[in-house]
Design a protein around this ligand. Structure first.
Ligand code: DGP
Length: 112
């Protein structure tokens, strides 16, 4: 089964890259919902947050370590939001685990 974020992670589909290491890739979302809207993905295919388990959960910590670097790199000194949409009710459209990093404006709560 082809996965667009796997193809982006492999470099087969271009992305506007913000950060990369051996485990994760971060790139700008093509439909930005804030002045800064970056997606952070594991390079390994994990379908959604519902598929996190004892064997793969360290990638979530790694994503947040990367996020802390990226926010400093992008100058998000006044805060930001990290969102994971999971499954149909969560509004997940791409079936590869990803975290939205949103910043550059004040966020509303609760989200829609
Ligand atoms: P979600 O709805 O949580 O599954 O978010 C998926 C996001 O991925 C959505 O904001 C649009 C973005 N997106 C989908 N396809 C691509 C792509 O090919 N390139 C980039 N940069 N973003 C994409």
């Amino acid at each position: 089964m082809s996965c667009i974020f796997c193809e982006i992670a492999k470099g087969n589909i271009p992305s506007n890259k913000v950060y990369e290491d051996d485990k994760v890739l971060a790139f700008y979302d093509l439909d930005p919902q804030a002045p800064v809207h970056v997606l952070i993905i594991p390079k390994e295919h994990i379908t959604s947050a519902d598929d996190i388990n004892e064997q793969n959960s360290s990638i979530v910590a790694h994503v947040f370590e990367a996020a802390a670097k990226i926010t400093k790199q992008l100058g998000l000194t006044n805060g930001y939001r990290i969102v994971n949409n999971c499954g149909e009710d969560g509004g997940q459209s791409v079936k590869h685990l990803h975290f939205h990093l949103l910043g550059g404006r004040s966020m509303e709560w609760p989200p829609g």
